[in-house]
Design a protein. Structure first.
Lengths: 103, 161
């Protein structure tokens, strides 16, 4: 069986699930940010695969993937800034100890 | 040939993603993340998305990985390793459930695939649809404002009081 749309979608699903596991289970905030990047990349693979196999002449999936990359870059910048600001205040980036916004 | 390339890229990608969540050393996890970004650029090349592969290398390998490594360096948490929290077992269950659902729906759906050969090179076509008549010029402008807001927000958050 030659490689088709399903293979790319399954690859994307596997990467997304690994990223979701990391986001839910890890305690280091930087590692959580890395897992969010894995999830965004998985979504990009699915978008580009749909663009390639469903509408090869339109390229809309690739353009959407470019916007996802823009938002991912903005998110990584602000995320790292927030993590460093929290580290300055609390000397830790262990998310199990983040209860600043609990009442 | 194409199939072999896809399987090798897919195996390395999944292995690198597993290494990111399973390795004890945070810095090595970040290096595996960079390997993951590179192999995803390779996956884009197998999908005939040449421009996107270059953007992937520029933005992810060039910028975001540096940002993450700087984040690891500035927070002295490397010695504490990469431990899992209390939610480890529920997280495994939830991600396996999600994986099963996604794979099931991807395999059982009858996709209306097109047999038209893909465009190559894509750079000019993407430029026309981003900036041309009736294209995505408004989202491009909004993305510019978003990036400016993110940069200003990062500076405000990280500034010494």
């Amino acid at each position: 069986m030659s490689v088709g749309l399903e293979h790319y979608l399954i690859l994307s699903a596997v990467l997304f699930s690994i990223g979701l596991y990391g986001v839910l289970a890890k305690r280091n905030a930087v590692v959580i940010l890395m897992c969010i990047e894995i999830m965004l990349n998985a979504v990009n693979i699915a978008l580009v695969a749909f663009s390639r196999y469903v509408v090869p002449m339109l390229l809309t999936g690739q353009i959407f993937a470019i916007f996802v990359m823009v938002v991912a870059a903005a998110e990584a910048t602000v995320g790292i800034a927030i993590i460093i600001a929290i580290y300055r205040n609390r000397e830790s980036i262990d998310v199990d100890k983040f209860d600043l916004m609990k009442w | 040939m194409f199939d072999i390339v896809f399987w090798v890229l897919a195996a390395v990608t999944v292995g690198a993603a597993l290494a990111v969540v399973l390795l004890r050393d945070v810095f090595r996890a970040a290096l595996c993340l960079i390997l993951l970004f590179f192999t995803i650029a390779g996956v884009y090349i197998t999908l005939h998305a040449d421009f996107l592969a270059v953007v992937q290398v520029l933005v992810y390998v060039g910028a975001i990985s540096i940002l993450i490594i700087v984040g690891i360096m500035l927070t002295h948490e490397v010695w504490r390793g990469n431990p899992s929290g209390r939610l480890r077992i529920p997280a495994i269950v939830v991600s396996l459930l999600l994986l099963g659902t996604l794979v099931f729906s991807a395999v059982t759906t009858k996709w209306q695939t097109s047999d038209v050969p893909p465009q190559e090179p894509t750079t000019a076509a993407i430029g026309v649809s981003l900036f041309g008549e009736g294209g995505f010029i408004l989202p491009v402008e909004i993305a510019a404002v978003l990036l400016l807001a993110a940069v200003l927000g990062a500076i405000v958050l990280i500034r010494e009081k």
